[in-house]
Design a protein around this ligand. Structure first.
Ligand code: ADP
Length: 160
């Protein structure tokens, strides 16, 4: 059974992420989408909220499983009986960061492979942080995030 893990902050999940899940899930028997705690980012949504939104957004993809973890990525991936990490790539700026991370993982966990999927052009400019900023200033985010996420963001901004 080919199992791959797609880790990320997903704060919140966007149509760009979803596009990667849809394409990657066709290449593996199981794709585990794992929300991880990134200490460098101050999230808008809790881990539980992010998991909930991911579950709703990936409901139509039968071989996607959503999970959450904090700790070392390669240890988590091994626990899932996998050695494949899937990440999405947008611009050159993503490359620098992803390249370093992939090499670091490879150094501490030989045998672990990070594979990259190029963004679809219509989502190349979509990022979770961009979406939150756009929504904060009243811009329209329809079509850039799943509908359930759109509602959650608007609700969160009203609560602030
Ligand atoms: P992280 O905090 O780990 O960077 P993100 O939730 O921001 O997590 O992103 C998770 C993964 O999805 C990363 O590999 C990122 O490059 C990728 N990604 C984000 N937005 C897009 C997009 N629009 N198209 C393709 N990949 C994307």
């Amino acid at each position: 059974m080919r199992i791959a893990v797609c880790p990320g902050s997903f704060d919140p999940v966007t149509c760009g992420h979803l596009d990667i899940f849809e394409r990657a899930s066709q290449m593996f028997d199981v794709l585990i989408v794992a929300v991880f705690h990134n200490p460098n980012k101050k999230p808008m949504f809790t881990m539980e909220e992010r998991v909930e939104m991911l579950r709703a957004a990936t409901y139509h993809i039968p071989n996607v499983r959503v999970d959450a973890f904090s700790g070392l990525l390669h240890e988590y991936v091994r626990q899932q009986n996998s050695n494949i990490i899937v990440r999405g790539l947008r611009a050159l700026t993503d490359f620098e960061y992803e390249f370093q991370r992939a090499l670091l993982v490879k150094k501490i966990a030989p045998g672990m492979e990070t594979i990259f999927m190029m963004t679809s052009s219509e989502y190349s400019f979509v990022s979770s942080s961009g979406i939150k900023e756009l929504a904060k200033f009243g811009g329209t985010i329809a079509g850039l995030v799943p509908t359930c996420v759109e509602e959650k963001i608007m609700q969160r901004l009203r609560d602030i």
